[in-house]
Design a protein around this ligand. Structure first.
Ligand SMILES: Nc1ncnc2c1ncn2[C@@H]1O[C@H](COP(=O)(O)OP(=O)(O)OP(=O)(O)O)[C@@H](O)[C@H]1O
Length: 620
């Protein structure tokens, strides 16, 4: 077509006789985004077109998939795709033009927003993601750069280039071997090789929330460190970086950052509602273009509907082990949030809540003209964004209205939770049946992904494994699978441990049949993850020393890291050590003799044995 020369560098090109390319906005991994003009209705659009340099067929497919995937989600907080097409062999997609900044730019230029604005932004991202999840789409690359403001300030989720549709997982997860995502926002389960589901997006959202509050993501450092931290380290509570973060908000963020996907909030909609609840308590800061804030509400237990009235939500808040973990580690927080009876009374009993609401309302009534302008601005935005409108209405609601909302919320939370669980179960199924993980790892370049390396390493281990001690330990883990992922007919590869085994074999298992490399890759990922989940479950129920749980997670991360680096020998050593640690812990009573972890180990073929005399652990 005339006007399009060489590398699409020349402006004023027209695609499909309709879309004029006016100005290059930016370049991504596969495409260029242009500010353009749809000549037919005569309005501005954004056009994303495959870069001319990209000739790789899989990249072309990925590009086309982005268009299809994004088009499935229609929501005010998700960028709208208008059209897709192909021009001179290059696929393109036409979408709404977002003239605001993305959150990465906003953070870099303005620093962290006020609490109220943060809740508003994160709430919009949450509800946009929720819409995607309901449409069966998992974004898998949620980060500030992919949360973009439109001209009227509404936040939109963009860039579905690495998204996947849950029902397509089984057929699509066969081509690559890399981990998808950006290292600073990658969920532990993705790092351990799962394809990622709605809960993984919520983890990434938690990282974004943290960054919006603290000016930095929960974990920082080189990519390899980040990976390890996501799997094994607890994030520092945001209030340590920023004391004005309300306790409820901190709880939410830490719940989103739970290592165990099941312990995270059940859906983006639940997240939005909690954020709305927090925002109701916090008047917008002067920086947000509003009146100065009223006194910060005293820290207390989470809002009533979130904890007391919504059983399914309560499950991931009050019972989430790692949230409890750091609460225990921060005595001042604990004292104020869970132990102070007056605080508890204040937030669970109607009169004090009423008092606080009245205070908030009268503060609102006293607010300046600036505040009114802000409200009008929000109103204007909300015309186009029903969810924002709902949020704004909620923020203005009276006490009676709020109570009604809470009740409705409690009811619907259960429904959402159930849906989320069903969806998760479905996508988990798909992920399990997949052979490897597709895509690429941005910001963390590895030659081959976890799947490929794990397959090679596991393959090597199996061929050179038992009866050598290291091989036994490796076999122990590789044969260790939860019932859901077992592939054998009985699902129980266990056999009694050989009495002649040595100290390094304190955890032992029957030799596994030699599986294919693909099965091996699946086995490693699934089993490490399953082990990690069993530890979490054990922690939740008690019966495991917290330090030990952390140590096991650290080992799992190390093993995953070694596999990632292709260091099979080191991975075996780590496995052997892990076996010793578990046996020692059992002997010393740091691990209960009954419970999910022991059951998992037993069911999957582990047999714990005491180390022989004269050989102790580091702890002795
Ligand atoms: N609808 C849109 N309106 C305005 N700008 C957009 C729109 N979509 C994307 N952009 C901007 O265009 C640039 C390139 O976006 P793109 O999504 O291709 O890149 P990326 O996220 O950096 O890379 P990748 O495609 O590898 O994920 C970014 O600066 C992005 O903010």
């Amino acid at each position: 077509m005339a006007g399009i020369v060489g590398g699409w560098e020349r402006a004023q090109a027209v695609l499909a006789g309709r879309y004029r390319l006016d100005e290059l906005i930016g370049r991504g991994g596969t495409g260029e985004v242009w500010r353009g003009h749809d000549l037919r209705p005569g309005w501005p659009v954004a056009v994303k077109i495959l870069s001319p340099q990209v000739t790789d067929v899989s990249m072309r497919e990925r590009f086309a998939r982005e268009a299809r995937t994004a088009a499935r989600v229609v929501h005010p907080n998700v960028v709208t795709v208008f059209d897709v097409g192909e021009h001179e062999g290059r696929p393109f997609l036409v979408m709404e033009l977002l003239t605001g900044r993305d959150l990465a730019t906003e953070l870099a230029e303005d620093g962290p927003p006020g609490i109220s604005a943060m809740c508003r932004l994160a709430g919009q991202a949450a509800v946009g993601l929720d819409a995607a999840h309901r449409a069966g789409v998992v974004h898998r690359d949620v980060k500030p750069a992919n949360l973009h403001r439109s001209g009227d300030g509404a936040l939109k989720v963009v860039d579905f280039g690495t998204a996947r549709v849950a029902t397509e997982a089984a057929t699509r997860l066969t081509s690559g071997g890399d981990v998808v995502g950006t290292a600073a926002y990658l969920s532990p389960e993705q790092i351990l090789g799962e394809a990622g589901d709605a809960a993984s997006d919520l983890y990434a959202l938690g990282c974004v929330c943290y960054e919006l509050l603290c000016g930095r993501p929960p974990f920082v450092g080189p990519a390899a460190d980040l990976i390890s931290q996501h799997v094994r380290s607890l994030p520092e509570p945001p209030r340590r970086h920023r004391p004005d973060v309300p306790v409820e908000l901190e709880r939410l963020v830490l719940a989103l950052l739970e290592k165990d996907p099941a312990a995270r909030p059940p859906s983006g909609e639940v997240v939005r509602r909690v954020l709305a609840g927090v925002a109701r308590q916090v008047a917008p800061r002067a920086r947000d273009g509003a009146a100065p804030p009223p006194p910060e509400p005293e820290p207390g237990p989470p809002a009533r509907a979130w904890t007391t009235e919504a059983p399914s939500t309560r499950a991931w808040t009050t019972e989430a082990p790692s949230t409890r973990a750091w609460t225990t580690e921060a005595p001042s927080t604990r004292a104020r949030s869970t132990e102070a009876p007056s605080t508890r009374a204040r937030s669970t009993e109607a009169p004090s809540t009423r008092a606080r609401s009245t205070e908030a309302l009268s503060t609102e009534a006293r607010s300046t003209e600036v505040r009114s302008r802000e409200v009008r601005r929000v109103d204007a935005r909300s015309t186009e964004a029903p969810s924002t409108r709902a949020w704004t209405a909620e923020a203005r609601s009276t006490e009676a209205g709020a109570a009604r909302d809470w009740t409705a919320e409690a009811r619907s939370t259960e429904v959402w939770a159930a849906e989320a669980w069903t969806a998760r179960a479905r996508t988990g199924e798909a992920a399990r049946s997949a052979e490897s993980v597709p895509g690429r790892l941005r910001g963390w370049h590895v030659g081959a992904g976890l799947g490929v390396l794990a397959a090679l390493v596991a393959g090597a281990l199996w061929t050179s494994a038992p009866p050598d001690p290291a091989g036994s330990a490796a076999a122990a883990i590789t044969s260790a699978a939860p019932s859901a992922t077992r592939s054998g007919p009985s699902g129980l590869p266990s056999a009694p441990p050989s009495p002649s085994r040595t100290a390094s074999q304190s955890v032992s298992a029957a030799p596994s049949p030699a599986p294919s490399r693909t099965a091996a890759a699946q086995g490693w990922r699934a089993r490490l993850l399953a082990l990690s989940r069993a530890v979490t479950e054990q922690e939740r129920r008690g019966g495991i020393d917290r330090k030990l749980a952390r140590k096991i997670r650290g080992k799992i991360a190390k093993i995953a890291g070694k596999l990632q680096e292709g260091k099979g020998g080191d991975a075996r050593d780590e496995l052997r050590e892990l076996g010793r640690d578990l046996a020692e812990a059992r002997r010393k009573g740091r691990l209960a003799s009954e419970g999910p972890l022991l059951t998992f180990l037993r069911d999957s073929g582990f047999a714990l044995a005491s180390p022989p005399r004269g050989r102790g652990s580091d702890d002795d």
